[in-house]
Design a protein around this ligand. Structure first.
Ligand SMILES: Cc1cc2nc3c(=O)[nH]c(=O)nc-3n(C[C@H](O)[C@H](O)[C@H](O)COP(=O)(O)O)c2cc1C
Length: 410
């Protein structure tokens, strides 16, 4: 569905090194049917030629205070007023500071001041600029205003060669956030609970029993569901991943903590997707102090943890339940057993022993089994983000007509 069709979007580009990445964002918006008017600050026009944006959008680009606009009889007030969405990508420390204080000294900042539509901000700058107390204060002001949605910045290698937070979010992520702001998605009005990552079960204050789950599959699902307009709560074990835009992140460590957080939110959710690799066993009595090396065998007693999905499946009123079965070797037998025993609606099975698929990898080759169906949907090896879309397509087919979170189950 082209959510941007016939929508007018003002794409503001300020003078960050990431300005060139906004060309891709302009392309995605145009492809999705938006009328895109680009406004660049003078600093941005020194980094990327306005002609590039003009070629991508098919419209003359305004730079600085705007000149072409005045020639057509429009004023600085019209541009923002006629837009359904303003995106500022990249948003420099300088432009963010101006917006936070209501300054309007160029066409971009005056368009924001003279409009009421949502504004999507994609900050991008050197880590020290981002962490600076002044930028912190400016972001606090902007984040407190309902009109402004902030996406990113992400962490990683910055253009200046340093590592840290300050990288502009991916154009695809900004595009999806724009779609959410422009129109209702296919999961709009639904609440999804997604679990992700491993759990850490303490042996002593410094050691844990963990597993190799990276959390990528769960984060991809949370991102995809949010893009489709759902309210998403992501309950995550320890990972190195950044929470997707506008997803509520609940960070947990142990299986018991995850079980508690899921149980607390189950009644208000339409769907629970359990991608987390929850420990099946945890040390019965974690040591209070670090265990010393004694040079002889050590026995640690383990006790089973709560089976979160099975507990959810036993509830009288329960959301749609989607489980994951990560097995080494053919996972189908175990997946069928879990689907029936835990009273699930769908299960996604994969062979984590397969090279390039499953834990830690960016790709996954999965089989999807539905309740009461003999058929198995075996997907090819796909990026996890694409697997997430495929799973959500099937979740959506099961959802229509189902009442939010209060259905009686047999
Ligand atoms: C090559 C180059 C790259 C820059 N990259 C950034 C950046 O990524 N983020 C930022 O906040 N400022 C960056 N700056 C500084 C801004 O361009 C400068 O603060 C400018 O005044 C911003 O003006 P504007 O907000 O009106 O675009 C960069 C400057 C240069 C010369």
């Amino acid at each position: 569905m082209q959510l941007c069709r016939d929508k007018t979007v003002l794409l503001g580009v300020s003078g960050g090194i990431a300005a060139y990445r906004s060309c891709e964002l302009a392309r995605l918006l145009v492809k999705d049917g938006a009328r895109v008017q680009v406004v660049m600050t003078e600093a941005a026009a020194e980094l990327v030629g306005p002609l590039t944006f003009q070629a991508l959008t098919g419209r003359p680009v305004e730079v600085g205070r705007g000149g072409k606009l005045a020639a057509s009889g429009m004023t600085h007030i019209d541009l923002g007023r006629d837009s359904q969405l303003i995106i500022i990508a990249p948003a420099t420390g300088n432009t963010l500071a101006k917006l936070a204080h209501g300054l309007a000294d160029n066409l971009l900042t005056s368009s924001v001041l003279a409009s009421t539509c949502p504004v999507l901000l994609a900050p991008a700058m050197n880590t020290r600029m981002w962490k600076n107390e002044l930028t912190r204060r400016n972001m606090k002001i902007l984040s407190s205003l309902k009109r402004f949605q902030v996406v990113g910045p992400a962490s990683g290698q910055l253009a200046c060669g340093e590592e840290g937070t300050g990288r502009m979010s991916e154009p695809a992520e900004l595009f999806q956030a724009s779609r959410c702001l422009l129109g209702p998605g296919s999961l709009s009005g639904r609440r999804l609970l997604v679990t992700a990552g491993p759990t850490h079960e303490p042996i002593d204050p410094v050691r844990v029993i963990a597993n190799r789950s990276s959390g990528k599959m769960g984060y991809a699902l949370a991102r995809a569901a949010r893009r489709r307009g759902a309210r998403v709560c992501l309950i995550s074990g320890p990972t190195s991943l950044t929470a997707p835009w506008d997803v509520e992140l609940v960070a947990v460590e142990t299986a018991a903590q995850m079980a508690r957080q899921v149980s607390r939110r189950l009644a208000g959710s339409d769907v629970l997707i359990m991608t987390a690799a929850v420990a099946d066993y945890a040390p019965s009595r974690p040591a209070r102090k670090k265990l010393k090396k004694a040079g002889k065998n050590l026995t640690i007693e383990l006790q089973p943890t709560t089976d979160i999905l099975a507990a959810a499946g036993k509830r009288k009123h329960r959301p749609l339940l989607v489980g994951f079965a990560a097995e080494t070797g053919s996972p189908l037998g175990e997946a069928r057993r879990k689907l029936a025993d835990k009273n699930l609606d769908m299960i996604v099975a994969n062979d984590v022993g397969q090279a390039g698929s499953g834990f830690g990898s960016d790709d996954n080759q999965v089989h999807i089994l539905g309740r009461g169906q003999d058929r198995v949907d075996s997907l090819p090896l796909l990026p996890k983000q694409e697997v997430a879309e495929q799973i959500l397509d099937r979740v959506e087919r099961l959802l229509p007509g189902r009442r939010t979170s209060s259905r009686k189950r047999g």
